[in-house]
Each structure stands twice: as structure tokens, then as C-alpha cells.
Design a protein around this ligand. Structure first.
Ligand code: FES
Length: 133
């Protein structure tokens, strides 16, 4: 059997830490987890896992208690809608700001979900373009 390096390892990549396992989360479901003081919400869509900040940028609702339809996560308190793929708030619900999203790796052999919290990205654009932070 030949071994080859694809350039994208599913585990052991610097910065990635195990945060959960795929069996902890249902298809089309949400899971709140804590890693290094960060509250993170995981979403699984079509077997793919996405991660973003779990504290709503509007008034701090726990987004793991929201609802997921397709890639859209709706906040449980005032219904801001975020795209779990990149944390962007919908143009229709601009009372909230974009959430930070995090790179995710899944170990196919164990189902472990690994997240890199130090590589979080908060999208610019829309209302965010005028922010100074
Ligand atoms: S706390 Fe999420 S929309 Fe208000």
C-alpha cells in the first residue's frame, strides 16, 4: 500500500483541537461547545460540519438554541439569520453583525471534529464595512 501526503491532513494540523465527535451532533442539527474560553456552535449539513461563534453579536443569545434551515441559523431571541459557512449576517437582519467563523477538520476514521479557534475569520462587508474594530 502506498502512502502519500495530500497537503491537507485531517488531524494533527497545528492549531486544530478536538472539540466534539460527529456522533454528538445530528444531521441538520446544532451543538454548543466550549474551547479555550470560546463558545462555539457547530452545525452539520449534508455531513459537513461548520463552526462559528455561539454568542449572538446582537445581544448575546446562545445560537446553539437557534434553528437551522439549510445553511441559515436563526437566532432564538430576535431572529437574526447567519450563514454558518462564513458567519455572515443576512442583509435582511442587519441588527446583528457578522459572527466569527472557524476552520473545521473532521477525522474520517474516528469522526472527531477539530476546530482551529486561532484562525477564526470575521467577514467584512455590508454593515461591517463601517466598523472600526
Ligand atoms: S440576540 Fe440574536 S438577534 Fe438579538
Amino acid at each position: 500500500m502506498a502512502y502519500f501526503y495530500t497537503g491537507k491532513m485531517s488531524k494533527g494540523e497545528p492549531g486544530f483541537q478536538k472539540i466534539a465527535n460527529k456522533k454528538d451532533i445530528k444531521e441538520g442539527g446544532l451543538l454548543g461547545v466550549e474551547l479555550g474560553g470560546n463558545n462555539i456552535v457547530l452545525a452539520m449539513i449534508n455531513g459537513q460540519v461548520f463552526a462559528m461563534d455561539a454568542i449572538c453579536s446582537h445581544q448575546g443569545a446562545p445560537l446553539e438554541e437557534g434553528t437551522l434551515e439549510g445553511f441559515n441559523l436563526t437566532c432564538p431571541w430576535h431572529y437574526a439569520v447567519f450563514d454558518v459557512r462564513n458567519g455572515k449576517v443576512s442583509d435582511r437582519t442587519v441588527w446583528a453583525k457578522n459572527q466569527t467563523s472557524y476552520p473545521v477538520n473532521v477525522d474520517d476514521s474516528t469522526g472527531d471534529i477539530l476546530v482551529n479557534v486561532s484562525a477564526g475569520i470575521r467577514q467584512k462587508g455590508g454593515k461591517e464595512a463601517t466598523d472600526t474594530e
